[in-house]
Design a binder for this molecule. Sequence first.
Ligand code: GAL
Length: 776
Amino acid sequence: MADWQPRLSRRGFLTASGAALLGAVVAGSAGHVAAGAGSAQLGDFWLFGRYDDGCTDLGFDEIDLSPVQLPHCVTPLSWTGWDPASWQDRWIYRKHFTGSATERHTARFDGVMTNAEVHLNGRLVATHEGGYLPFEVELPDVVAGDNVLAVVVDGRWALDVPPNLPRGGPSVIDFYQPAGIYRPATVGAVPRIRLADVFARPVDVLSPGRSLHLTCTLDVPVVGQVTASVRQAGRELARGAAPVRGRTVEFDVGGLGGVRLWDVEDPALCDVVVTVEAGKRALDQRVVRTGFRDARFTTEGFFLNGRRLRLFGLNRHQWYPFAGGALPDRVQRRDAEILRRELNCTMVRCSHYPQSSAFLDACDELGLLVWEEIPGWGHVGDDAWQRRNLADVEGMVVRDRNHPSIVVWGTRVNEANGTTAMYQRTGQLARRLDPSRPTSGALASTTLGRFAGSDVEVLAYNDYTARRGTPFKLRPPRPGVPYLVTETIGTLAGARAYRRTDAPGVREQQAELHAKAHDLAAADDRYCGLLAWCAFDYPSGWQRSVDGVKYAGVSDIFRIAKPAAAFYASQGDPRVRAVAEPGFAWDFTAQPSGPGPGATIWSNCERLLLFLDGRPAGEARSRKGDFPHLRYPPFAADLAVPKGRRPELRIDGYAGGRLVVSRRFSGDRGADVLSCVPDDPELRSDGSDATRVVVAATDRFGTLRAATAGEVRLTLTGPGELIGDPVLDFGATGGAAAVWLRPSAGPPGTLALTATHDTLGSATATVRVTPNATRS
Ligand code: GAL
């Protein structure tokens, strides 16, 4: 928290300047503020604090509130040890805005955790329940000049709102949900008559006579005309129009034979520009994005555009260190990039709630298929809870039905009983709102028996048949119904906790389990595919969590790869990225004789040649016998090294008879360095952008040295804030961690983050902050 304290009422201060002009570092949007510039900042600030009597009143004294920017989490957090008591309370956010008495105004919230009450100028105008879906509030009594929107955010558990139940507390489900206005929000004037919704549904996609069925909904009845222009790559492909008399109109746009289909390898999108006119006057225009693709779950597997595609993927939770869910769009998008580009996933499951629109937009653009599901985890509540659950189905489908990446709706509560009648209701609602996608819902062994077969079209199973210590296996697909594995491994079939700091056996075995699971799913065409548990470690107080973190990811909570990520990295086309990634650490501290015989190397090459200190040391053997169905099975290398020697290892990978990758690994820890690398070189200066910086101990060739202890101290200069702990304990994080940099709204500049470690020295990451950085 900044130590800046204004001497006058914040209300007077903020309105006097028209926009906030703050004399020093402002309070962090999320997490700790460790450093920042002393420059003046202009921006879209909200005032924030703990709930207090009268805090929704127009004349409330705002002296004790802090200026914050959205997205925002109510409490500072570290990367571990989260304490739900720190967010389980009521909070107040106040926003001053200039209105005009003649215009229509609304406030739109993409996500507020968990319940919200919205007051305008001291009067309650709306309430909302549930933290994962957007809501928009009409602001009918805006006055000319200064107005105050006050939002009470209730982050307490006992709310009986899915996934919560009145009993228990935050640790009865397997993820923490810190409170806040944790996704973007906008307050302001909107057109009097609006296209409230446009659903653009591709029809007969595989036939040259394909068309687009449009359902347009206005928020006020209109007598006029709606036109639609379908564009791809900047060119209009087709156009259509229909008269409207009332609030909705449906029509088809044909002539789309020339459209490029959307596919995982070529995610070609279309823009649909919809305009509503009355007479010659345009009332509103809305652009929605869609993609033409045919996705089918069958008893012989999953088909995309008529071609069998093995669904290869992971589950994703949306939580980050230091900020909860409250990191800007660019950061949300980055997770999709990691899944698609680095881990070669063709599908992600948004477990266990609708995730940010920015993440889903990135999935559309990258060709990453999505399973999206309603909020819920293992429990079904009473009638009121079930009504909210039904409202979540509607909210999710209406928000997201234009995303081509989404191929199935999870309309059953994850691993929960609940009656067939209830699931028939949720499934039917989803199919009515979107006849183009099947419904499903992940079952556990305890709920499999309850599957009636009539409420969903895809049987999805969280397969923890294999228990730790037994040979890995999957349950055979259920005949007569499309079948998908929606979870496996995690901390149930895999290690109780899987960290870079764990013993070599644990690190290596988790990678083998992920490979085995995908190998078994690929062996039988009746599996549509397999989505393993999970992509990233996440905060949780549930079973097998350690100090508030569930270590189940193939990457850690900072999104830094653990050894199991190497298996995923190795399953991509070598022409795009040739991979030769040891499953072991080339480090003689813990293993003085090296990794020994049969050490695994994850690779998409055809041959791997080994060298020690530049001298040939044999060729690695393919492990195709162990993983017969993997596209790129790993290799085994015999790498016994006489005690006392610490040679350099070189792995040369060949594909198509050519050297495609050569990796070197140093055995000499004395030459290790500290690296400090941002994901993006440039950020926007509008206050709603951020990027990750990974700080890591590496050998001199850039490979992470997990077994590095010691503290790293961080200092930031420039116009922005550090979202992260200013001191990172490498001993606990396994030689690497990350923080996020968030520029302030205001003038451009350069952010410079310097990391310093006692023995590895210093490294600096610089990020330019400009008004025109590419939008995330
Ligand atoms: C599953 C559950 C997941 C996660 C996993 C444990 O039963 O669906 O959310 O808790 O167990 O690793």
